[in-house]
Design a protein around this ligand. Sequence first.
Ligand SMILES: Nc1ncnc2c1ncn2[C@@H]1O[C@H](COP(=O)(O)OP(=O)(O)OP(=O)(O)O)[C@@H](O)[C@H]1O
Ligand SMILES: [Mg+2]
Length: 291
Amino acid sequence: MKDISKALEKAQKEQLENQDKSQIPVKDPPVQQTGPIKPQSREHEPGVEPAPPKGKGSNRQGSKVIKVREDILRDNRLMSYFGSNFISDQYKIIKTKILEQTKDSGLNTILVTSAFKGEGKSLTSANLAISLAKEVVYTVLLVDADLRNPSLHYLFGISPQAGLSDYLLHDTPLPELFIRPGINKLLFLPGHTSIENSSEVVSAPKMERLVKELKERYPDRYVIFDSTPVIESADSLILSKYVDGVVLVVEAGKTQKSEIKKALKLLEKRNIIGLVLNKGEIPEKRYYRYY
Ligand SMILES: Nc1ncnc2c1ncn2[C@@H]1O[C@H](COP(=O)(O)OP(=O)(O)OP(=O)(O)O)[C@@H](O)[C@H]1O
Ligand SMILES: [Mg+2]
């Protein structure tokens, strides 16, 4: 447990030192919908900036700094990173609704799931985490807890050498797993390799202890967990017991009412703090509206 605390403490200190002090919290009206997000260009394949020179790119305890490229964020639809656009504004609204429900009650661990695969959990988790990380007062840890199909690192164009799977299976120290992508106060714990019997691993006490430790160590930290679809695997159902709140992503025009009901029924004892309607229709001219 000690290594978790140390790693978080170190990363938080560094992030606070580097944070963009010009950011101010955003207030938005209550709407919870994202539209189809069009990448603005697909000229670049996902990749990473060249590794920084030894000693500069990682701190003494080993957590890495991998500054992600803006063109990759844009290509991969991580539009929350960019200042003024319709999509990032939608995520600000979602973030604001979540903050309203959580910040005064100490709820800071949030699981993102959906009924089925491909409905936008990973994209929503990452955009939400980036949006939250832009708030002055919060540090955000984004965890790829989809251990069947870890994919968040692709969105950032990162190829992690290790991740949550290594911590859970091989006791790799956490400090070696955290990545700071250079996006405000965002810290990223990638999943790394896929685990076939992930449900057994997720249901083991080690995972529950990790979530508890991540939650309790820093009350001003939000921890966002990307996960598996709730109807298709037990992982997210198990994880949802450990966290404070659940966000359910629904794909507009695709997820059937009966399927949403089924997902909600599975999650009925959990604290559902939001439904995100993803890929909804938005008037064309508003896809990228700049203010
Ligand atoms: N709002 C959106 N607009 C356009 N494309 C989207 C949107 N949301 C997600 N996508 C695309 O849909 C695909 C699936 O998204 P994503 O990987 O986030 O879903 P997922 O629920 O995490 O999938 P999985 O269950 O396989 O992990 C990706 O190609 C993603 O870029
Ligand atoms: Mg995913």
